[in-house]
Design a protein around this ligand. Structure first.
Ligand code: UD1
Length: 342
């Protein structure tokens, strides 16, 4: 059986996906430089799935490592998560983002070509749409990312499109994630930002566990019912299932180059999320309304009909399950993955 190479497989979405892959009896090789994760994640994947997989510590910018992986293993498909993911940081360090995300991906695609591996599921983002005119976002909307991070995702999608144009045998699926939150229902895997969290849920759970004093709500004058920003939050377990659905679809078709929104199709405001979290955790979340964050948009949610129609996939978890799982993870791992060793 050919193996699946998962770049960035110890990251937040990567690790949840690897567990599902192993549970579905796929053979997995992870390549990860551990820049935003840790070896502990491997232990936990192993514990949850109870199956063997190979882990290689390395960087997609390192051509030698990539070459050796494609030589050593019979790879059938690549699921490509590896990359830097903070929009804010990307605008401060654009070169680092272009190098890590774009050059790294180019290296990967070149080695795939050399090894005759032509199937890839790429981890893209709803951020490629920028701020569309309509809030309910379809895959064929204009692609106008504003952050460098979003631009790197779009560049990679475009590179893949050109590769497929040159050789129709390539099979490509881009998955455009909306706002991933939640954690593995066991509380054993979750999101573990290394620095101060940029995103809403990790910040909120750190307030709940007492690591931070209060949540800052970025603006309450958006054109939404309560003035706070609205997003399509999706459980990371649903995203992981989306990758399995994409993989199955790749195996079924002769050629494909498509992008799919992975969201729930519903949006919740920041205040609604605080409320949902307070209900499921029984905690009171102190918060303060502050200025809008530069680059934020008022509202975005996915039109999910394409993924449903083509991949037969749709999100299953609701907002309280997402909050419950995020809270269980944070409670069980107040220091994230270093909790085990501390
Ligand atoms: C962010 C990234 C986006 C990335 C996505 C998923 C930015 C500008 N965009 O999107 O590129 O794909 O994460 O990882 O960083 N909020 C607060 N207080 C906080 C944090 C967030 O009020 O401490 C609000 C935001 O203003 C927003 C909502 O919560 O309205 C969601 O924010 P966040 O979780 O950062 O996601 P996005 O901004 O949608």
């Amino acid at each position: 059986m050919k193996k699946i190479l998962v770049t960035g497989g110890t990251g937040y979405i990567g690790s949840h996906t690897v567990v599902k892959l192993l549970e579905a009896n796929y053979e997995v090789v992870i390549l990860d430089n551990l820049s935003n994760s840790s070896m502990e994640v491997n232990e936990r994947i192993n514990f949850l799935a109870n199956k063997r997989f190979d882990f290689i510590k390395g960087d997609i910018r390192d051509k030698k490592i990539l070459e050796s992986i494609f030589k050593k293993y019979q790879i059938g498909v690549v699921i490509h998560f590896a990359g830097s993911k903070s929009a804010t940081e990307s605008d401060i360090n654009p070169l680092e983002y272009y190098e890590n995300n774009v050059i790294g991906s180019l290296n990967l695609f070149k080695e795939m070509l050399k090894a005759d591996v032509k199937k890839i599921v790429f981890s893209s983002s709803a951020t490629v749409y920028g701020e569309p005119k309509e809030k309910k976002c379809k895959e064929n909307f204009p692609l106008l990312p504003t952050s460098v991070y979003g631009k790197t995702k779009l560049i990679i999608e475009n590179i893949l499109t050109d590769i497929q144009k040159a050789n129709h045998k390539w099979k490509i699926i881009n998955l455009r994630y909306f706002n991933p939150i939640g954690a593995h229902p066991s509380g054993i895997l979750g999101e573990d930002p290394k620095n101060i969290p940029n995103n809403l849920l990790p910040f909120l759970t750190q307030v709940a566990v007492g690591k931070r004093e209060k949540l800052l709500v970025f603006g309450n004058t958006y054109n939404t019912f309560d003035g706070t920003g609205k997003r399509d939050f999706i459980h990371v377990e649903d995203l992981a299932s989306g990758h399995i659905a994409a993989l199955k679809y790749l195996e079924k078709v002769d050629e494909i180059n498509m992008s799919f929104n992975l969201g729930t199709g519903k949006s919740y405001s920041v205040l609604e999320i605080i409320n949902a979290f307070e209900k499921c955790s029984g905690m009171n979340i102190p918060y303060e309304i502050v200025d809008k964050r530069l680059g934020d948009i008022s509202e975005l949610y996915a039109d999910t009909s394409l993924a449903k129609k083509i991949l037969g996939w749709q999100a299953k978890f609701n907002i309280s399950q997402m909050c419950e799982d995020a809270w269980r993870w944070q409670k069980m791992n107040p220091e994230g993955y270093s909790t085990a060793s501390s």
